[in-house]
Ligand binder design. Structure first.
Ligand SMILES: [Zn+2]
Length: 123
């Protein structure tokens, strides 16, 4: 049973999650022009790259992009419909967004899944 919110509401929740990141780390993310983007669903490229319904978001680093050698900017993508699909209440949705943002930010800072304690549904 999925819990749905509007795109605006989802954006607000994501912004709140970002605000929970320590300022020193956020300053580095800003300086690096790290993009946080919200996609409603996985694109065909995403699915080709192994992004399935269990993936709530992902980090795409410029050096390790599997999509293009010419280089996308580093970005964190949150997949709104995927996150909604695994949330039954607003509270769960907020938790999932926070967990996903923190998880992908950890990847941005070079942590792998052995370093990140909870891997759950994330990518
Ligand atoms: Zn991950």
């Amino acid at each position: 049973m999925a819990y749905h919110v509007s795109a605006d509401e989802f954006e607000r929740i994501a912004a709140e999650a970002l605000e929970s990141i320590p300022p020193a780390l956020r300053a580095q993310m800003d300086a690096d022009n790290l993009l946080i983007t919200i996609q409603q669903d996985a694109t065909e490229d995403d699915r080709g790259g192994g992004i399935d319904q269990r993936v709530l978001g992902y980090f795409q680093g410029s050096s390790e992009s599997t999509f293009s050698a010419t280089g996308y900017p580093k970005r964190i993508v949150l997949l709104q419909h995927h996150i909604e699909r695994w949330s039954r209440t607003r509270e769960e949705l907020v938790d999932q967004v926070h967990d996903t943002v923190l998880h992908e930010v950890a990847h941005y800072f070079g942590m792998n899944h052995n370093d990140i304690e909870q891997t759950r549904l994330h990518h």
